[in-house]
Unconditional design. Structure first.
Length: 40
């Protein structure tokens, strides 16, 4: 039972991490677009 709880907690943590990484990627992309617009 403890092993199952640990696995479920790890999966929840990893799925939250994926969303965080995706959000950071989108922020970096928007920052890059802003720099490109500023240099034109």
């Amino acid at each position: 039972m403890k092993k199952l709880t640990l696995i479920l907690a790890a999966l929840a943590f990893l799925s939250a991490g994926c969303n965080t990484v995706r959000g950071i990627g989108q922020d970096i992309e928007k920052g890059g677009e802003a720099i490109q617009k500023a240099t034109k």
